[in-house]
Design a binder for this molecule. Structure first.
Ligand SMILES: Nc1ncnc2c1ncn2[C@@H]1O[C@H](COP(=O)(O)OP(=O)(O)OP(=O)(O)O)[C@@H](O)[C@H]1O
Ligand SMILES: [Mg+2]
Length: 229
């Protein structure tokens, strides 16, 4: 079953002389359980594509279906439901709240669901234990290493068990040892939970190691696909 189906997706930013065609006709199909890496140079349209997949923005033209949601035509309410139930996102810059414990960060999406406090605490502790941070529940971001902070972000993205995980350069701010650990974590979680992962990276060796398939985006178009595992 295809989880993600994009046909001739175009995204234009700006007006007049400031007009930028960030995506120029992207066709992409991702099957359930795939780990897809999207490679490409700076400015090639990777984050734009991930934003559209995350329902944070809509394409200018083209069709986008993710898990039965028509993302090109969905209204704000459907997009909010989609973001809450269908996907988890991990960003390059971790995006943790300063001064709040690891446990708080992971509890937040559950609190937005209105889950009772005791249930939230249990699920957050379990997710943090799953990413190897069972001993760091009360640490704030400033008290954690970069790799640990990104593992908190992964726990936060996955605590609601979304079927799709979207990652934009998840290892971009990490040294190579921490990058390896985060990629191994993503691979393990994807296998254990059987979720579908789309990971943007500009490092071919990371894509090679983690992904079951990788594609390259150049100047707003997908130019090659290759099965790596
Ligand atoms: N909000 C925006 N308004 C106008 N132009 C934008 C906007 N966001 C991105 N762009 C332009 O669209 C193009 C694609 O940007 P995008 O952020 O998708 O690239 P990227 O592949 O993620 O690059 P990087 O590897 O540097 O993160 C770039 O030319 C960029 O300048
Ligand atoms: Mg980017």
């Amino acid at each position: 079953m295809s989880v993600i189906e994009l046909r001739d997706v175009q995204k234009l930013y700006g007006e007049g002389s400031a007009r930028v065609a960030a995506l120029r006709g992207v066709d992409l199909t991702v099957e359930e359980g795939e780990f897809l890496a999207i490679l490409g140079r700076s400015g090639s349209g990777k984050s734009t594509l991930l934003h559209l997949l995350a329902g944070l923005d809509r394409p200018t033209t083209g069709t986008m279906r993710v898990l039965g949601h028509d993302l090109a035509n969905a209204g704000p309410k459907e997009l909010a439901t989609y973001r809450r139930e269908a996907i988890g996102i991990v960003f390059q810059s971790f995006q943790l709240l300063p001064g709040r414990s690891a446990r708080d960060q992971v509890e937040l999406p559950l609190a937005l669901d209105g889950l009772p406090r005791a249930e939230r605490a249990k699920l957050a502790a379990a997710a943090l234990t799953e990413v190897g941070l069972g001993g760091r529940l009360d640490h704030t971001p400033a008290q954690l290493s970069g790799g640990e902070q990104q593992r908190v972000a992964v726990a936060r993205a996955l605590v609601r068990r979304p079927p799709v995980l979207l990652c934009d350069e998840p290892t971009g701010n990490l040294d190579s040892a921490n990058a390896d650990a985060v990629v191994e974590l993503l691979v393990r979680l994807q296998r254990e939970r059987r979720c579908t992962v789309v990971m943007i990276t500009h490092e071919p060796d990371l894509a090679e190691r983690a992904a079951s398939r990788s594609v390259r985006i150049e100047d707003g178009r997908i130019v090659e696909g290759r099965v790596v595992a």
